[in-house]
Design a protein around this ligand. Structure first.
Ligand code: NDP
Length: 307
C-alpha cells in the first residue's frame, strides 16, 4: 500500500484564496481593511525570510501589512512599547512577534503583553486557556493548519486514537487540545515516554512535532494511519553535491508512505499551511474585535475549493 500524499501546498493556496475572498467581502460590507503587524528583533536570516513572506502574503490577501524591525540589541522595554502601541492601534487586528527572540528578552513577558484579542499566533496564556477549556480562542497557526489537513483527509475524527509526539506550547500541546476537541482519544508522547514506537503503533492519527530528522520509522506506524509530519529539519544532502542540504521531517517518509493511509510530505505538507492560517486568524480577530459575524468556515471553504 502506498499512502495518499496530503498536498499542503495546494491546500494552503485554497485557504489563502478563501481568506482573500472573505477579506474582500468584509471590506465591501463594513468598509475596513484588516491589518497584521509583524515585529522582528534582530536579523536572523530564516526569520527575516519568513517575515518578508508573511508581509507579501498579507498584502496579496487584501490586508494591510505593518512591519516593525528592531536591532538585535534593542532593550526589552522598546519591544514592549511597540506592542503597547500596536495594542491601541485601531488599524491593527493582529500582532505577531517573530520568535525566537534574543536571549536578553523574556519571551513569555513579551507574548503576555500582546492583547489576547490581537494574538494571532495564539500563544498568549489567555488563548491557551480558552483553547484548553473549549472556549472561543485564537488558535496557534501550525496546529490549526494541521487540523484543516486532517479534517479534509478524514472527515470526522470522532473516536480515533491520536498520538502526538512532542509537547511544546506552540505545536504539541495545542494540537493535542484540538484533537481532543474533535473527539479523538489523545496520547501526548515526549522525550521521557517509554517505548515510543509501541505508543505510536496505536495511532490512527500520528502527529510528529519533535524536531529530530526522520526519527519516526515506518514500522512505528499502524497500517492505514494518517501521519502529519510537523517537523522541519535541515540535514546534509551529499547526493546533491558537496556542502548541499535538504529539508526532512521527523518521519522517515520513504518507509512511512508504504504503511500509512495518508501522509504529509516535508517540504510541502504542514509548512505551507502556517502563513495561510495566520491570515485566517487575522481575519477572525478583525471580525471578533468589531463584533461582526465570524468569517467563513475555512475548513468547509477549503474542502470546497479542493474538491
Ligand atoms: P520543541 O523543541 O519545542 O519541542 C520538541 C518536543 O519533542 C518536546 O516536547 C520534546 O520532549 C520532544 N522530543 C524531543 N526528542 C524526543 C525524542 N527522542 N522522543 C520523543 N519526544 C522527543 O519543538 P517545536 O514543538 O517548536 O517544533 C517541533 C518541530 O516542528 C520542529 O522540527 C520545528 O522546526 C517544527 N515546526 C514547524 C512549523 C511549521 O511547519 N510551520 C512551526 C513550528 C515548528 P520534552 O518536552 O520531553 O523535551
Amino acid at each position: 500500500m502506498t499512502a495518499r500524499i496530503i498536498d499542503g501546498k495546494a491546500f494552503a493556496v485554497a485557504l489563502s484564496k478563501a481568506v482573500a475572498s472573505s477579506t474582500a467581502a468584509i471590506k465591501g460590507a463594513h468598509g475596513f481593511t484588516p491589518g497584521l503587524a509583524v515585529v522582528l528583533v534582530g536579523e536572523d536570516p530564516a526569520s527575516s525570510v519568513y517575515v518578508a513572506s508573511k508581509a507579501r502574503e498579507t498584502v496579496a490577501a487584501g490586508m494591510n501589512s505593518f512591519e516593525h524591525k528592531l536591532p538585535a540589541d534593542a532593550p526589552e522595554s522598546e519591544l514592549l512599547d511597540i506592542i503597547a502601541r500596536l495594542n491601541a492601534d485601531e488599524a491593527v487586528d493582529g500582532i505577531l512577534v517573530q520568535l525566537p527572540l534574543p536571549k536578553h528578552i523574556d519571551t513569555n513577558k513579551v507574548l503576555g503583553a500582546i492583547s489576547p484579542d490581537k494574538d494571532v499566533d495564539g500563544f498568549h496564556v489567555i488563548n491557551a486557556g480558552r483553547l484548553a477549556t473549549g472556549q472561543s480562542s485564537l488558535v496557534p497557526c501550525t496546529p490549526w493548519g494541521s487540523m484543516l489537513l486532517l479534517k479534509a483527509t478524514l472527515g470526522s475524527l470522532s473516536g480515533l486514537e491520536a498520538v502526538v509526539v512532542g509537547r511544546s506550547n506552540i505545536v504539541g500541546k495545542p494540537i493535542a487540545q484540538l484533537l481532543l476537541a474533535a473527539d479523538c482519544t489523545v496520547t501526548i508522547a515526549h522525550s521521557r515516554t517509554r517505548d515510543l514506537a509501541e505508543v505510536c503503533r496505536r495511532a490512527d492519527i500520528l502527529i510528529a512535532a519533535v524536531g529530530r530528522p526522520e526519527m519516526i520509522r515506518g514500522d512505528w506506524i499502524k497500517q492505514g494511519a494518517t501521519v502529519i509530519d510537523v517537523g522541519i529539519n535541515r540535514v546534509p544532502a551529499p547526493e546533491k553535491g558537496e556542502g548541499k542540504t535538504k529539508l526532512v521531517g521527523d518521519v522517515a517518509f520513504a518507509e512511512a508512505k508504504e504503511v500509512a493511509g495518508a501522509i504529509t510530505p516535508v517540504p510541502g505538507g504542514v509548512g505551507p499551511m502556517t502563513i495561510a492560517s495566520l491570515l485566517a486568524n487575522t481575519l477572525t480577530a478583525a471580525t471578533r474585535r468589531r463584533g461582526l459575524p465570524e468569517p467563513t468556515d475555512f475548513a468547509d471553504a477549503c474542502a470546497r475549493l479542493m474538491a
